[in-house]
Design a protein around this ligand. Sequence first.
Ligand SMILES: [Zn+2]
Ligand SMILES: [Zn+2]
Length: 248
Amino acid sequence: MRLTVLGCAGSFPGPESACSAYLLEAQGFRLLLDFGSGSLSALQRYAGLDAVDAILLTHLHCDHMSDACDYVVVRRYNPQGPLPKLPVYAPLGAAERIAAAYSPDAEPVDDVYNFFRLEPGTFPIGPFTVTVDRVNHPIETYGVRIEQGGRVLAYSADTAPCDALLRLAQGADVFLCEASYLDGVDNPPDIHLTGGEAGEAATKADVGRLLLTHLVPAWVSEASTVDAAVAAYAGPVEVVRPGSRYDL
Ligand SMILES: [Zn+2]
Ligand SMILES: [Zn+2]
């Protein structure tokens, strides 16, 4: 499978990147993991306006789902006719949330999206075997483990340290993990990870490679975050960029 980073800025778009969105492709099937603020622009730059066969939204914070609202226009009003209904795997309330954000009268968007409620468990999406579990974030949020062709990608979504994250990431070839907070300062509990905590999780889960994401450029030092992750994890560590591609 191939991972393309469309956006990786944490919490709000940064000067160089949209918010979280990752395109995962295998056997011609294209799964979009999160669809955060500004990432519809990056989808067109790095993949294509209709290069999506399914969407998985880890949670309903704006920086992970807001461009699913803009994308209604793309699919509903396509000049050649409406595009096929798209499966959207998301926490309870996604349909209402997207409809409310799309228009003041909250007209349903079920002509565009076919919603499936996420619950902890394992299920197929196209060629991918997807396992999700609740992670440690203030709203209902799912970390993700995706298996295809004998390879494993784990994605933390937004989370503070938790056992579910370690289970999802166990033995993953690539661990795409958030690192929103700086190490060595007094961060609020149960919201996000630091670089050091991402590195600790990578070590405990025995992953093959750690990709750091969801850094908040305005508020953190990337160098400090990487240093803290490297101090806690002996494998390869890298901060992802928009347009970066990884073949698993
Ligand atoms: Zn976020
Ligand atoms: Zn969040």
